[in-house]
Ligand binder design. Structure first.
Ligand code: SF4
Length: 252
């Protein structure tokens, strides 16, 4: 058994080592038992596990062929309480054959008002992050884990994520992107079906069926930080973006 302090030391040393590997250009780490287990649990395509209720809802939605059909199924959705205060359902935008999909947590205030994902200050920062690695917003598909804004930008609840999940699954199945950038803890944990911390998920490639997943900070989170803390997190996000750029170059 380790004490808390020993565990913190081990994790700190491991984090430093992984950081060094990233700076040396290492894109993936050796597969251990845990990773093997994770890989075996993945299907050929992106698939997100859900509860029986979600399975039932998914079956009820059939198998739409295109995003327009998914949007039609969504309709004036009232499947969870997030419909009560929303102005718009923010389904997502971008080409149906995008090779890169950006996945956020939930629409914020500006998104809810304008009816588009990632606008306002976080959208501007996201555009800059993409431009820094020579990716235009027009070539990627952008969506969120839940399609309606949680009141006061609170974190979406598990039941809300579950109710909205079948629509995301249809989006992922139809677009079938080879690469996903998960923005923030909620998007990463929900997509990868894990409770691991964002810090531990960053900086390496995850495999989800045939899709690779890169995890980084949500732009809103970066904007909320100040001073040295913000600089440090932006530097870490830059490492993630470089990993994304290297991987994306295989699919463009
Ligand atoms: S968050 Fe999703 S499930 Fe909930 S009301 Fe909006 S579209 Fe429907």
């Amino acid at each position: 058994m380790y004490t808390d302090q020993e565990l913190i030391d081990i994790l700190s040393r491991l984090s430093s080592w992984l950081s060094l590997q990233r700076q040396l250009g290492v894109e993936a780490i050796a597969r251990g038992h845990g990773v093997d287990t994770f890989l075996r649990s993945s299907g050929d395509r992106v698939s997100i596990k859900g509860s029986k209720m979600v399975e039932k809802q998914r079956e009820g939605l059939g198998t739409p062929d295109g995003l327009k059909e998914v949007l039609d199924l969504l309709g004036d959705c009232k499947r969870c309480e997030l419909y009560i205060e929303r102005h718009h359902i923010i389904f997502g935008e971008g080409p149906e054959d995008a090779r890169l999909l950006l996945l956020g947590e939930a629409p914020g205030r500006e998104e809810d008002l304008q009816g588009r994902p990632f606008v306002g200050a976080s959208g501007e920062l996201l555009n800059k992050m993409l431009a820094a690695i020579d990716i235009s917003r027009e070539e990627v598909y952008i969506t969120n884990i839940v399609k309606c804004r949680p009141p006061h930008n609170r974190t979406p609840r598990p039941e809300e994520i579950s109710m909205c999940r079948p629509f995301l699954e249809h989006q992922l199945r139809i677009i079938d992107p080879p690469l996903i950038l998960a923005l923030g803890r909620v998007a990463a944990q929900s997509l990868l079906n894990t409770s691991s911390s964002l810090r531990s998920l960053r900086g390496r490639l995850h495999k989800l069926g045939n899709t690779r997943v890169v995890v980084t900070y949500h732009p809103s989170y970066l904007l909320r930080q100040r001073g040295d803390r913000q600089k440090e997190l932006k530097r870490e996000a830059w490492y993630d973006l470089q990993l994304l750029e290297r991987e994306y170059s295989k699919y463009r």
